[in-house]
Ligand binder design. Structure first.
Ligand SMILES: [Cu+2]
Length: 159
């Protein structure tokens, strides 16, 4: 049951070959969609900084308000609100953020490594708020962590 729940809820997919910002479906093998929408909800009052390894995320919404793609604005707290690539997504207390993880080849995966992969690659996601990472007795990582999966290549696929 734990494995099934993990498979149903973990962000995962085969690497895509196009720009996640197109919000469209792809037709090439290994391209199911332009990425996966991730909703980050902070139910507490502490700021969190969600950091995904492997891919940056394209942030699109905050508190159910679409962010513009051009000519963003500064909100009442002084934060710049515009769709953008983010390595760390800040989520304030009682705030939600929507972002798209492109599920693409990590930019630091050199050709020999990328072409030799034969199994799923798991990437961590963790909060950059120090206190959320040491919740379980001070050991890192011991708190707000998760992961996402870049699926292994399909035999016969082009990438
Ligand atoms: Cu990290």
């Amino acid at each position: 049951m734990n494995r099934a729940a993990d498979e149903e809820t973990t962000i995962s997919g085969y690497p895509r070959q196009f720009d996640a910002r197109e919000f469209a479906e792809g037709s090439a093998i290994g391209s199911l969609r332009g990425g996966q929408l991730v909703r980050l909800v902070n139910c507490g009052i502490v700021y969190h900084q969600m950091h995904f390894h492997g891919n940056h995320l394209w942030s699109v919404r905050c508190n159910n308000v679409d962010w513009p793609r051009t000519e963003g604005f500064v909100d009442e707290n002084g934060y710049v609100c515009i769709q953008q690539w983010e390595d760390v997504i800040k989520v304030r207390g009682m705030e939600s953020k929507d972002a798209i993880i492109p599920i693409k080849r990590p930019p630091d995966a050199v050709d020999p490594v990328w072409h030799a992969r034969k199994e799923d690659w798991a990437y961590p996601m963790h909060c950059h708020s120090e206190s959320s990472q040491t919740a379980a007795g001070g050991m890192y990582p011991g708190g707000l962590t998760s992961h996402w999966i870049l699926k292994a290549p399909i035999e016969g696929a082009s990438s």
